[in-house]
Design a protein around this ligand. Structure first.
Ligand SMILES: *Cc1c(COP(=O)(O)O)cnc(C)c1O
Length: 381
């Protein structure tokens, strides 16, 4: 560290140098991320609440009121307005909280959780941190959680089953309705990870898409992860966790001796209120109509991309259910496709199961970007 400070103009100049090295979503070159350009209204709201700390909510009752309202609105979107939860850092923290709530309410000596093989890696972190035995259920022919595999894995130590509504790699929706039935029958906690799909499935259904039920309208669903910083267009870090019942938050409440609240259920202590403000502002500003438009536009571009990928001579791993297009080639190995695309300036990502190029059609990807990408895809084949 230097003894003397550097004048601010020079600091900004230095910052711009670093920023130039970063990719931007706006360029349309990022094809493999679930994040996107944050909406300007979300950015403005976020920057208005930079000093707000929801870890000490008595000092920020205005922000706390917004958080309560956001949780009610998101619950309403997901089938139940009177839910309990928090706006946190993202899907990882949300999944960690859900697994902690499930473990603590059950109170078994050797707790196990069952997740689909397609589950996000955050469940491996949760299992490690919470000392849970992680059981992986197989997928069926359309890459959804296989129910008979789940039934085989259930034991007297099972504290939670996880279904995913919009898998990270392929955008698939697990059979949540059937999982709900099973979990009611066996009295097992069911968590739905809708980090990616939570902000799009409800709006696509409103627009007439034929997608399965996945939310609190199913009686077995105990909690849902929904990420405003993915399809919700909020700035990073903004995640959401919703619980059907307050008892799940209480099961992980820790006493906080010197703060304005007595108990805290979140993992982080000091917690930005800016994420809540951004989520609140965007829900109000975009409304159902705005979010329906975001979700359906992404799907229309997804179908165009899928068609173009097939026409370029590549094979879709599966028809898109949400806005992800995974593909392979019978002639070129996946890593080689990725290398050639990266050489042409495209930031793609790879799915691990099955191995495939995976393109996530987030709102920053416009038709012109997809057309330019398809030109390059034809050229490398
Ligand atoms: C992105 C994602 C996560 C993790 O969310 P982060 O915000 O990156 O922590 C968890 N589950 C699913 C299904 C996801 O797509």
């Amino acid at each position: 560290m230097e003894e003397k400070g550097i004048p601010q103009e020079q600091i900004y100049q230095m910052l711009r140098k670093y920023k130039e090295k970063d990719l931007t979503h706006r360029s349309g070159r990022i094809l493999g991320s679930m994040c996107t350009c944050p909406h300007p209204v979300g950015i403005k709201a976020y920057s208005m609440f930079l000093e707000s700390n929801l870890g000490d909510p008595g000092l920020f009752p205005g922000t706390k009121a917004m958080e309560d309202e956001v949780i009610t609105i998101l619950g309403g979107l997901l089938g139940k307005s009177d839910v309990h939860g928090h706006i946190i850092t993202g899907g990882t923290e949300a999944n960690l909280m859900a697994m902690r709530a499930a473990r603590n309410t059950k109170g078994l000596k050797d707790p196990e959780i069952i997740v689909p093989r397609s589950a996000h890696f955050s469940f491996k972190k949760a299992a490690d941190l919470l000392c849970l035995d992680l059981k992986m259920a197989e997928l069926d022919g359309s890459y959804r959680m296989d129910l008979s595999s789940v039934e085989e894995l259930i034991s007297e130590n099972t504290v939670a089953i996880v279904g995913v509504a919009g898998t990270t790699e392929l955008g698939k929706i697990d059979p949540i309705q059937e999982l709900s039935k099973l979990c009611v029958e066996k009295d097992i906690y069911l968590h739905v990870d809708a980090a990616f799909g939570g902000y799009s499935i409800p709006f696509l259904k409103e627009a007439g898409y034929n997608l399965p039920r996945f939310d609190f309208s199913l009686p077995g669903v105990s909690s849902i992860t929904i990420d405003p910083h993915k399809m919700g267009l909020a700035p990073i870090p903004t995640g959401g966790i919703l619980f059907r019942d307050r008892k799940y938050l209480e099961a992980m409440a820790i006493e906080t001796p010197y703060l304005t609240e007595d108990l805290q259920s979140t993992i982080v202590g000091t917690r930005t209120g800016a994420a809540t403000a951004a989520t609140w502002a965007l829900l109000k500003h975009l409304g159902r109509e705005g979010y329906r438009e975001v979700a359906t536009s992404c799907m229309e571009i997804t179908y165009k991309l899928a068609e173009g990928v097939k026409n370029a001579g590549f094979d879709l791993v599966t028809e898109p259910e949400l806005n992800i297009v995974p593909f392979t080639s019978s002639e070129i190995p996946v890593d080689e496709i990725a290398r050639r695309l990266e050489h042409r300036g495209w930031a793609v990502s790879l799915a691990s199961y099955p191995r495939a190029i995976r393109i996530i059609v987030m709102p920053h990807l416009k038709e012109e970007h997809i057309n330019a990408f398809l030109d390059d895809l034809r050229a490398i084949n």
